[in-house]
Design a protein around this ligand. Structure first.
Ligand code: PGA
Length: 251
C-alpha cells in the first residue's frame, strides 16, 4: 500500500472551542507515516489552518461551489479554500447528493473548480441500499464516475482521490464487508487505470478502530474517509495507527 490517506469528515459538528481541542487531541498522528487530513466546517477552516500549520496535518473542505466567484449568496469558492490552505475538498458526498439535491453534473463542475483552484478533489461515490438490492451498484458508480470524467477528463479523475462510500453504510454502524469493498475498488481501479500515480482509493462508511485493520489490509484500499469516528481524538488516532499496522491498544 502507498502512504495511507486518512481523512476525517467532521460534517456539521463542533464549535470554536471543540475544533481546537480536537486538533490538539490528534496532534500525535503527525508523527505517523500516514497522510492525515481533516474537514472542519467552513467557518472553522482558517482557525484550523493556523492550528495545523507546520504539523503535517492537512486541511480539507467538505464541499465547494460549482462557480468561480460572483453573486452566489452562501457559496464558497474553490479559490477561497485554496486561499486558507485547503489541500483537499470532498466532492459529491452522499449527504450533499441526497439532502441538497446535488446532481452528477453539478458535482462534475465542482470537481473542475477544485482542480482549477489547485485543490485535489476527493470524489465520493456510492450506491444506496435499494440500488445494491437490485444489483445496480456498478451501474450507479459508473454513472457517477463517468459524468465527472466526461467533464474533467479521465486522466484528471485518475489522478484524484476516489472515496467509495456505500450510502447504506454511512453513519449506520455497519461497514460493507471487506469482500464487498474490494470487489468495488478493483472495478474502479480497472476503469481508471493504475498507470502513473493512479487514483488513490478510499473506503468510507462507519469506519472505526474496530474495523479499520481489515479495511487497510485490502490490496486496493489506499485509505479511509471517516465520519463519526473522526470526532473523537482517541478513536481517530487509533484508526491512523492501524493504517500503518500499529496496534491502537495501549497495552
Ligand atoms: P461515517 O461517515 O464514518 O459516520 O459513516 C462517513 C462519511 O460520511 O464520510
Amino acid at each position: 500500500m502507498r502512504k495511507p490517506l486518512v481523512i476525517g469528515n467532521w460534517k456539521m459538528h463542533g464549535s470554536q472551542r471543540s475544533v481546537g481541542q480536537l486538533l490538539d487531541g490528534i496532534a500525535g498522528v503527525a508523527d505517523l507515516a500516514v497522510e492525515v487530513a481533516v474537514c472542519p466546517p467552513f467557518v472553522y477552516l482558517a482557525e484550523a489552518a493556523a492550528k495545523v500549520s507546520g504539523t503535517g496535518i492537512r486541511l480539507a473542505a467538505q464541499s465547494l461551489s460549482e462557480y468561480e466567484c460572483g453573486a452566489y449568496t452562501g457559496e464558497v469558492a474553490g479559490s477561497m479554500l485554496a486561499d486558507v490552505g485547503c489541500r483537499y475538498v470532498l466532492v459529491g458526498h452522499s449527504e450533499r447528493r441526497r439532502l441538497f439535491g446535488e446532481t452528477d453534473h453539478r458535482i462534475a463542475r465542482q470537481f473542475e473548480r477544485a482542480l482549477a483552484a489547485g485543490i485535489t478533489p476527493v470524489l465520493c461515490v456510492g450506491e444506496d441500499a435499494a440500488e445494491r438490492n437490485v444489483d445496480a451498484t456498478w451501474q450507479v458508480l459508473h454513472r457517477q464516475l463517468a459524468t465527472v470524467a466526461n467533464a474533467a477528463g479521465w486522466e484528471a479523475l485518475g489522478e484524484s482521490v476516489i472515496a467509495y462510500e456505500p450510502v447504506w453504510a454511512i453513519g449506520a454502524g455497519a461497514t460493507a464487508s471487506p469482500a464487498q469493498v474490494e470487489a468495488v475498488l478493483v472495478r474502479i481501479r480497472d476503469l481508471l487505470g493504475s498507470g502513473g500515480a493512479g487514483p488513490r482509493l478510499l473506503y468510507g462508511g462507519s469506519v472505526s478502530k474496530l474495523n479499520a485493520a481489515e479495511l487497510f489490509a485490502l490490496p486496493d484500499v489506499d485509505g479511509v474517509l471517516v465520519g463519526g469516528a473522526s470526532l473523537q481524538a482517541e478513536e481517530f488516532t487509533a484508526i491512523c495507527r492501524l493504517a500503518v499496522g500499529e496496534s491502537w491498544k495501549p497495552w
